[in-house]
Design a protein around this ligand. Sequence first.
Ligand SMILES: CC(C)(COP(=O)(O)OP(=O)(O)OC[C@H]1O[C@@H](n2cnc3c(N)ncnc32)[C@H](O)[C@@H]1OP(=O)(O)O)[C@@H](O)C(=O)NCCC(=O)NCCS
Length: 291
Amino acid sequence: MSPQPNPEVTVRAATPDDISACGQICYEAFSKLSAKHSFPSDVPDVQTATNILSTLFSSPGFYCVVAESEGRIVGSNCLDERSLIAGIGPITVDPDAQNLGVGRKLMKMVMDRAQEEHPAGMRLVQAAYHSRSLSLYTTLGFDVREPLSCVQGRPRDRNVPGCVVRPAQPGDLEACNALSRRVHGFDRSTELADSIHKKTACVVERAGRVTGYATVLAFFGHATAESNLDLQALIASAESFGGPGILVPSRNSALLRYCLANGLQVVQPMNLMSIGFYNEPAGAWLPSVSF
Ligand SMILES: CC(C)(COP(=O)(O)OP(=O)(O)OC[C@H]1O[C@@H](n2cnc3c(N)ncnc32)[C@H](O)[C@@H]1OP(=O)(O)O)[C@@H](O)C(=O)NCCC(=O)NCCS
């Protein structure tokens, strides 16, 4: 008897009706993967997964897709379209349907969209211990740009002398955007404006100037600064880090050492990957889990 062909998989735009099925898959995909490798899961429970996807599926600036097979949802993926560079993820496939090409289809769909709408480039962050996602993204054309350490804990230092950290105000937007353009070559103005509006963003000032900002000190937030000193002040000011932790570029040994000397612990290794425009950042920075 000839083997059964894999059932056909179609990918379409996500709707609010898909949130519950996708939240369940997202939770199961991440928890099975992390348990298999003895790492903590990025997503602690179904409710957290559902909340994340519910936010992304309904937020302007995000393009989200689901994969269906035989009338059943088998995975989802999201594209953050809020800046010049598009960010991909979280992508998850039902553990029972993995390694059958669904992930590649979900990636191709959002990559086609990114190529049309964000020709400058696209980025993502990948669990470095996961051979399959590393292989998938590499064969799709992504390059590893930066090894990252996800770190978590409560910093022992609560401030850095000479640096003042305060909530970001709408009037800080332009200074932060200018800083981002100097460090990365582009800004993330919409994302930062959102986080100022939500009151999660903060800035650090040195000698009366804004020298760094964070949209939120969390897995889903990014930070950009002139120097490690500014980033240290932002990190020290946080009561806690949302989600699995903040993402410290591992090659920034001085910053990683600062974190480790201040009571933070490495949770897991990750990689920042990109296609298209990428320049070595000219400053200190923490990417978000998106990029
Ligand atoms: C990562 C994930 C989305 C990929 O989806 P998937 O449907 O399992 O992946 P696909 O079958 O489309 O593609 C996997 C590819 O990697 C290849 N592959 C898998 N393991 C490999 C390895 N160790 N070395 C080389 N190639 C490997 C497969 O052969 C396949 O390549 P092909 O398309 O050329 O045949 C899915 O496994 C998942 O949900 N994982 C848990 C959550 C997660 O890690 N999400 C990503 C966060 S960055």
